[in-house]
Design a protein around this ligand. Sequence first.
Ligand SMILES: Cc1cc2nc3c(=O)[nH]c(=O)nc-3n(C[C@H](O)[C@H](O)[C@H](O)COP(=O)(O)OP(=O)(O)OC[C@H]3O[C@@H](n4cnc5c(N)ncnc54)[C@H](O)[C@@H]3O)c2cc1C
Length: 338
Amino acid sequence: MEKQNTQETLRDIWVLGDYRNYFQSRVTLQILARARALAKGTGGRVCALVFGHGVDEYAREYIAHGADLVYVMDDPRLADYSVQTYSHLLTCLAADHQPEILLIGATRFGQEIAPRTAKALKTGLTADCIDLEIDDKDRLVQIAPSFGGNLIAKIITPAARPQMATVRPGTFQERPHDDLAKGQIIRLEVPEDLPEERVRCIRSAYKPAKAQGIEKADIVITGGRGMGSKRKFKKLFDLARVMNAEVGATRPVVYADWISHDALVGQAGKHIRPKVLFSFGISGAIQHTAAVTDADFIVAVNKNPNATMMKMADVAIVADANQVCSGIIRAIKEKIRD
Ligand SMILES: Cc1cc2nc3c(=O)[nH]c(=O)nc-3n(C[C@H](O)[C@H](O)[C@H](O)COP(=O)(O)OP(=O)(O)OC[C@H]3O[C@@H](n4cnc5c(N)ncnc54)[C@H](O)[C@@H]3O)c2cc1C
């Protein structure tokens, strides 16, 4: 592998490309956007890494989304994701080039590869970050829920390098695709001797995701314990249908099995940024509201006018959540009929 630890590379921010299910999973693009902003502090370049076979289009995509440079390892032996091989390659590259920061999406892929790589590089790792900053000593501040989500910790890696973090999908917003963006693609040779695989992929199948998840929806309808029961909660799906919206929920609702875990909004779930958020029967605990502050406009319905969610809302309706939900559905249906 080409060795390149110049003063410049010592300040680089690396982002590992996770391009599987590219159109649904945008986490690499989201991290690239944040890395661009962080690079203003570190003064280095933003570099993406792509391992796989026939992966040129992803390298170009990463440049269009903010990478200055993409290291590509393209080889038929890398066609299937393998934690051992990928983390081995990542470790060797990072040891040779010595980036300042290494960021990976907190997907299942990232959750497997990041700790192994951190251990091999003898550096620290903060998992599941919800924000990243550069402090006045040019160190990466890795911000993540800790102690079961009861605290938000700011973590630094004082001495070891690279400073490593995984980042929760949906935390940052990707930059718009820029066809004119300039960047360099460096193709690296894949070593002959790759680690012997302990896991072999026999077959893989594409699992289609929902057309739009709650992270991407323009309108999100969230429901909390105040909806009263699973049966009543179902009304939110009717409302979502007539509004072309997605449904999210608080933790008690997910735990009560009124909706699947995918819909959990909050520190332990998804971060959303809809244009309009409807919040029904939700008190507004910090673990929930931390993930909705990027909504452009909030309508909250609650019996209690002093609920935190009501205070955060642009429009706060003091009423029974079920009645308001049914009323809106009726009004929209009548409007459609007219
Ligand atoms: C480590 C940890 C992590 C957590 N992570 C998350 C997370 O990711 N996401 C999350 O949501 N929570 C999370 N929680 C839980 C969080 O602290 C709150 O307990 C939870 O958000 C409360 O959910 P809720 O608003 O549905 O219920 P409640 O707090 O019980 O609020 C119900 C609301 O409904 C109102 N209400 C009652 N009846 C009606 C009615 N008929 N009409 C209108 N309003 C009505 C009430 O006035 C009240 O405001 C976490 C907690 C911990 C400790």
